[in-house]
Write a protein that binds this ligand. Sequence first.
Ligand code: NAP
Length: 644
Amino acid sequence: MAFTPRIQPITETDEELAAILADPAAELPPILPTLASVLGDQSFLDPELRPDPNAFMEEQGGWTAEQQDRCRELALEGLKRLRDNGKIDRKLSDEERHDIMCWATGADLEGPYVSMLSEELAPGNADLRATQWAKQEVAPDRDFTVAVIGAGMSGILAAYRFKQAGVNVVILEKNDTIGGTWFENTYPGCRVDVSNHVYCYSFMQKHDWPQFHSSQDVLLKYFNDCADEFGVRDLIQFQTEVTSVVWDDVAHTWTLETVTPEGEQRVTVNAVVSAVGQLNRPSYPDIPGRDSFAGETMHSAAWDHDLDLDGKRVAVIGTGCSAVQFIPHVAERASELTIFQRTPPWLMPRPQYQQELPPNLMWLFTHVPEYNNWFRLRLFWRSHEGLLPNLEVDPDWPEDPERSVSAGSEELRQLLTGYLQLEFADRPDLLEKVIPQYTMGAKRFVVDDGTWAKTLKRDDVELCTTGIKEITPTGVTTVDGVSHDVDVIVYGTGFKASEFLTPMKVVGRGGQDLHDVWDGDARAYLGITSPGFPNFFYMYGPNTNIVINGSIIYFSECEAHYITQMVRYLLDNNIDALDVKADVHDRYNDWIDEGNKKMAWGVSKVSSWYKSKGGRVAQNWPYSLIEYWEQTREVNADDYEVIS
Ligand code: NAP
């Protein structure tokens, strides 16, 4: 693979190997399943060391010092064998792999879990979610083209899946390069807040991520490398913004109108995949006088690197994930920084957040085949439900739901409040301002390694929690009448997340406009398709965002699988299009709404981008990851009206 070097041979002496394993940074729990797999020897799966899934979050999986020593002994033996004799030269049987997965997760895995986790494990980057059919076999003579809109993480994936099937595909991308959100968000401090070893395609795992949470440039390179590996770069028409997509009721095709440097163009296709993302249209706050400001302004998602902040008085509006990432960097340069916070975020402590991988842990990744896969599997399993159950509303829970929604949520609240109390122990004035008054999970957590408290405590930083009255030519005036004069205003005010697919116009059957149908409250069946818009599919569509469990890439892989299955059905059965039935769609959305109403983000009144303008949760998926995987396995033809 172009982007990840080969696993290096082990040349270390026994003593050096022992020293690597003795380093507390060398994560031990994944190493025994790794050795069992690459040496084909189940004796590494010591029953006394079988991980406790409840202790996954703890250091070294919660093992005692004796257990850790026992693991090191076994691991040393294994590494020596690997060094001296190499990997076994045979494929493990399904039973062997299953046993190792059960041991590694500490769970008795059955049925769909085994298949899903095998796909996620993917040793050797086996692509178990690859498209398993070929157009050449099912419909060799039929002309069929798919247009994918967007060349970000989900767009290049969808295009690759179609390419695997031999379906003609064109990707239309408004920017002049690949990467979507990882191309557009270049603000200082931008990095992924999900562990990088799960924030990557299952079949394009990278064993040498430099950090636990890589920075934007590393991710942008990763997605570019993947596009090259997929061979989809040549399918992309860059600088091509789709302005409208219109269904032809007679020809049963979609026509896309685009704006390109050469002028307006049109392309007609059989199916469309919208992979435009949810978080890429900057949202500016509706604050009176915003346009009157005489100084410079910028938004986190359109960072102006030529704007010199050195020695300037800067105001930042917003304290969401983006702002908390860039504010420490702005503070380093500004002469004075005023942060306008409307709602404090809950901080999720993660000491490794900005750290490089320690050398001995990196050694394991780069020298031990499959260590990366088993490390990822553990992370995936740990986050596959993650903290989700803690955020479910317990109807018998006596507290105000704005405080906590269950015993688990209360416990988490106390834990995270304790973190804030510790971080701000010497600044009671700030502590009062940073403790959220809403139930956790109602907004996205912000990952922190202590940088936030350090920044807010600086002498040249002020955290202002008084509401903003207006923006004037000289700065920001708060409702108490105080004018905060500044040279620059930086908006960390997020995205128009609930305005799915805007500003693109989408016109379906009978001339109906998708935005009129949605009326600001986007819905879809499986988050993938809406009635009246046949063969029009979404990646990262309504209700496919996850709050606290898993990685969005997993969802994209499920969606890409389902969408290609839809096209397969069309080709197999020689039909033009499939339109989801309204009652199927409505029932599905009732079920989604029921689920969301039982979650912290559904009951809380706090503002968040999870909700549409009417207050319905239009973004989030309220159920488990396996449920989405199961729902997107196969197309149920009964759910659809056939158009021929
Ligand atoms: P966001 O979470 O929507 O935060 C917007 C911030 O602006 C909030 O603090 C909000 O306050 C504030 N705000 C909005 N309008 C305001 C107004 N009129 N007056 C005062 N304050 C106002 O946006 P974001 O931080 O860009 O993050 C969006 C999402 O992108 C994240 O939740 C995450 O999913 C994703 N993201 C991910 C990463 C990552 O992985 N590293 C990084 C950045 C973003 P309120 O809270 O009171 O509304």
